[in-house]
Design a binder for this molecule. Sequence first.
Ligand SMILES: [Zn+2]
Length: 384
Amino acid sequence: MIRGLLFFHVIIAGLTVSGQTYSPKLNQKLAEIEHATTLVKEFESFGIKSHGSQAKTNTFNWLIDAYESYGYDSIRVDSFIQDGSVVRNVVVTKPGVSSKYIIVCGHYDTRNGPGANDNGSGVAAILETARLIKDLKTNRGVIFINFDREEDGFKGSNYHVWQVLGGQNCDTNLYMVLNIDQIGGSFGQPDNDKITCERDEENDPSFNNALSYLLTDTIASLCKLYTTLQPEISNAFLSDYVPFEKQGYVITGLYQSASDVFGHSLADTFGNMDTVSFKQAVRLTMASTLYFAQVDSFVSVKEVVRSQFRLFPNPATDQIHVELKNEAESVELVDVFGRIVFFDKPSHPTTIINTTHVVSGSYFVRIVMKTGAVITSPVIIQHK
Ligand SMILES: [Zn+2]
């Protein structure tokens, strides 16, 4: 799906790095990425993957072969007939230690062109991630999905939400959905060094927004730690996360607006992509997947964040106490639309946020440390 250059709601992610700390081990793992560009070229070679086409069937077979060659034994095909032809989602499970899991997804159908960027780029990032993390132990499982028929109304992902997950917010084990659609920019574009980290700003429903904000901030932080790209935070729209969002699931995504130039045309080829930008975006896909899957062997980020502050009570009524171990530049209370409803430059280790004037709902506390680190933590305000 081409999403156009949407400039409203764009907030440049802070100059700062969030609660995460740099992990040399994760960086080493990212250095193993090597097949992504080959995968995009192979994807392109199948041609225009429109509904009912042989090209799409060939791409589907190629996906199955790839996951099999990486050693996955849990490969499921969800298929149904629509408009006279079969629609097929490829669903690959990497089990985790716990029953919780994340979905990492990107569509493989294309419109009017071979779709190297839209969305061979996302498919390649997902395949390369699946290949490299298969044998890493993660706390949350990962389900990799290549959806069919995104280009004409998210039909594959809609099927998954209703027929596999059971509809509205039914699968409580699904922690979040990370959607990758159009990464890798376009040849010669000035914005190739920017990547949009997409968060849920939709109001219907809004209860799933706060966690989406938090996770998207985290992706922006990972971006600064492990890539040369500049993260921008914007609203998620027009891709396979939409059916999930509408039914209450927590979503986030990656997209590069510089990718739109050749979209949905015969010129959407690997030669018209920006290879530097693409490689960096693949790194971010893999770093985010490993981070959200809670990979066992890398830095435990939560502890780092938790050790820096204490926030209570949560849920709160009239006051939130924020206790800081180190000096902070600012403490903010932000609503699900990103509006700052409280701001303080703290001069004491404890900041008290008065919430009597704030309506009940989901918020997050955002703390910018003097070191430049940013900590974001969700909080519920519940007036009696
Ligand atoms: Zn797309």
